[in-house]
Design a protein around this ligand. Structure first.
Ligand code: ADE
Length: 256
């Protein structure tokens, strides 16, 4: 996978490329990452990339000419790339989009700054617009990093275990199960016995139940939108029966 990022702050990306999984993916040539400085494509003496908005008002607008030239230069380097503009007006990023983007060979990220980019940077030059959430950042750089990070860990071989990404939160419509590591007892809290049992099937069942429980408690909306399998439905029914038993018991106790 080749990532090309267009930005007026390429220095922001050095530390990002240089750490953790991203760094290892670059070293192992699973990903190729580069930046192009939009300022280098501004033709005036001061290499200006922004200007005042027509019609007046506060804030500055990213000029179309340097940006268009930078996008065309990126196309030379990555001819098959999907070109993505980071903007709060884009479709909201999620794990499904990360998974889909990981299937491309090349991605170009266009980072806006200031109040936004000139409207004429449109579908002739941009294939997709993505937002990382309903809030406004000072630029698209952090959004590009978020997306590159999430996409990279979807690329086979970038994580330790081969199927690690498949077990991520959201991958199967559930949050991920609880995790424990040593010590076996921490501040009086013990690791659940099942995880110490060495019994593979029981551990898998425990993890599914943990994932279901966490999703119900923290993100019930995900459960509503998920195709539940038989095992998952059985687990939910079991809890439902347990809760009903407790309620019945209290109901009786109140009456007496
Ligand atoms: N640029 C400014 N805010 C943004 C957001 N929420 N997502 C993507 N790019 C942005």
């Amino acid at each position: 996978m080749k990532f090309v990022v267009l930005t007026i702050f390429p220095e922001m990306f050095g530390p990002f490329w240089d750490h953790g999984i991203i760094r290892r993916a670059i070293e192992q040539e699973k990903i190729f990452a580069s930046t192009l400085n939009i300022r280098d494509f501004a033709e005036d003496r001061h290499q200006v990339t922004d200007d005042r908005p027509y019609g007046g008002g506060s804030g500055m607008v990213m000029k179309p000419d340097p940006l268009a030239a930078a996008i065309r230069a990126a196309e030379q380097d990555a001819p098959s790339a999907k070109k993505i503009l980071l903007t709060p007006q884009g479709r909201v990023f999620n794990q499904k989009i990360a998974h889909k983007l990981a299937s491309y060979e090349e991605l170009v990220f266009v980072c806006g700054r200031y109040e936004g980019v000139d409207e004429r940077i449109d579908h002739d030059l941009i294939d997709d617009e993505i937002s990382i959430g309903d809030y406004v950042l000072t630029g698209g750089e952090l959004a590009a990093m978020v997306i590159i990070d999430a996409v990279t860990r979807q690329i086979p071989g970038t994580l330790g275990g081969e199927d690690a990404a498949a077990k991520d939160s959201f991958a199967n419509g559930l949050l991920e199960h609880a995790h424990y590591t040593r010590p076996q007892v921490f501040e009086g809290k013990a690791v659940p016995d099942t995880l110490l049992s060495g019994h593979h099937e029981e551990i898998e069942n425990w993890r599914l139940e943990s994932a279901l429980m966490r999703t119900l408690m923290k993100r019930a909306d995900l459960l509503r939108n998920k195709d539940l399998n038989e095992k998952e439905i059985e687990m939910l029914k079991k809890w439902s029966r347990n809760i009903q038993d407790i309620l019945n018991f209290h109901h009786k106790a109140h009456k007496e």
